[in-house]
Design a protein around this ligand. Structure first.
Ligand SMILES: O=C(O)CCC(=O)C(=O)O
Ligand SMILES: [Fe+2]
Length: 383
């Protein structure tokens, strides 16, 4: 199924940006982790099986329409609620502060269950857990992230234009502070960013075409997650709208997922094809990254502090539930199973291997790399 227009056979990608990473088992996961650590991004090919991509895309397109209706109703309900305490309240054009459920905004995931089941795919979860923490959750779900055909004629200025940024919590300007409303910002880690991967942005490419430089393959600057400057850094002398040496565009088959350290400099790209490049963006983060501070004003108030209705959550698979439990009405997010196990081990309940004394310990004598290798925690790479 497509949007009624013929797909151009020349635009099927013969290879993906992930070419070279072995397929299957630990070696595949290690390939993604290595790419994320060194380049700041990777692509997991065909997370959504080919025969399920159309259904996933359809689920997202239908979900968007429902969501749009919800947003208008939610805003009106909040305006009325504000007027109960202040009859003169005027909302203006800006966001109206969301409340807790049921006055909060519904999470985008609630309207596209057919797509959502893929968010807990085994490889994606393994990579997210290795990079972040076994207790990982999805903080932002944005189902309206397509790159739409640019229309004709396409100008040189359009071709040259970029929109470089890092993502929350490393987005320095999100979402729209100005002189008059400097508080309209969802919060960003201060520069220079600590050398830690705090979250992974994922872009789910849902077709109908494979993703190429022609139809909106995301722009990325490899290695930029390690650079203390930022395209939006007020003192960094970078023009966020212009090309940067070393930039490249992602190619990947439809159904693949682009994952990046949120620090990486990236940009949406011009879509010169006839088709929408349908996409969903989700941000996976460890339990310790808070989305409850200033993020309620994100994008007009609709991405971080949202809620998942209980009946939708009940239909999720157990793995998907763990990703959204923190947003679900009436459900408490408690320490997840892998972290529970580690906590119990740390408590000493399984410490038969405890050494007789500590005379062998020389503080500073073990690198992260050695520790990982010894404990079988992913590839032994230096940070
Ligand atoms: O759609 C893309 O290729 C990039 C989207 C993006 O950068 C974002 O949603 O933050
Ligand atoms: Fe982004």
């Amino acid at each position: 199924m497509s949007d009624g227009k013929e797909l151009d056979p020349r635009l099927c990608v013969p290879y993906s940006i992930s070419t070279g990473i072995p397929s299957g088992g630990d070696a595949e996961i290690e390939g993604y982790i290595e790419s994320l650590r060194l380049q700041g991004f990777c692509v997991i090919d065909r997370v959504i099986p080919q025969d399920q991509i159309d259904a996933a895309r359809q689920s997202v397109l239908e979900g968007r329409a429902l969501l749009q209706e919800d947003r208008a109703k939610e805003r009106q309900a909040r305006v009325e609620w504000m007027r109960e305490s202040d009859p003169d309240f005027q909302p203006g054009d800006g966001p109206v502060r969301p409340q807790a459920a049921p006055r909060a905004e519904i999470c985008d995931v609630a309207h596209c269950e057919g797509f959502a089941q893929h968010l807990a795919e085994e490889r994606v979860l393994k990579v997210a857990k290795t990079m972040l923490d076994p207790h990982v959750r999805i903080m932002q779900t944005e189902i309206n992230k397509s790159s739409r055909p640019a229309g004709r004629p396409i100008t040189d200025e359009q071709r040259q234009r970029r929109g470089w940024h890092s993502d929350w919590p490393h987005d320095l300007t999100a979402y729209g502070p100005n002189e008059e409303h400097p508080w309209k910002h969802c919060g960003a880690v201060a520069q220079p960013f600590p050398d830690v991967c705090m979250a992974l942005s994922t872009i789910w490419y849902l077709g109908p075409e494979d993703v190429t430089p022609h139809n909106g393959g995301t722009w990325v600057v490899p290695g930029s997650h390690k650079d203390p400057r930022n395209p939006r850094g007020p003192d960094d002398g970078i023009d966020q709208w212009r090309a940067i040496p070393g930039e490249l565009q992602i190619s990947a088959p439809a159904g693949s997922v682009y994952l990046q350290d949120t620090r990486v400099w990236h940009s949406t790209a011009l879509n010169q094809s006839e088709h929408e490049r349908t996409a969903v963006v989700c941000r996976y983060a460890p339990w310790w990254l808070s989305g409850n501070e200033f993020c309620n004003l994100h994008s007009g108030g609709h991405a971080l502090r949202t809620y998942v209705p209980r009946e939708v959550y009940e239909r999720f698979s157990p793995d998907l539930q763990l990703l959204y439990r923190h947003l679900t009405e009436g459900v408490e997010d408690v320490l997840q199973p892998e972290n529970q196990l580690q906590a119990v081990r740390a408590q000493g309940l399984h410490s038969a291997e405890r050494p007789p004394d500590n005379s062998h310990v020389v503080v500073g004598d073990m690198t992260h790399e050695q520790w990982r290798r010894r404990n079988g925690k992913g590839p032994a790479l230096s940070e």
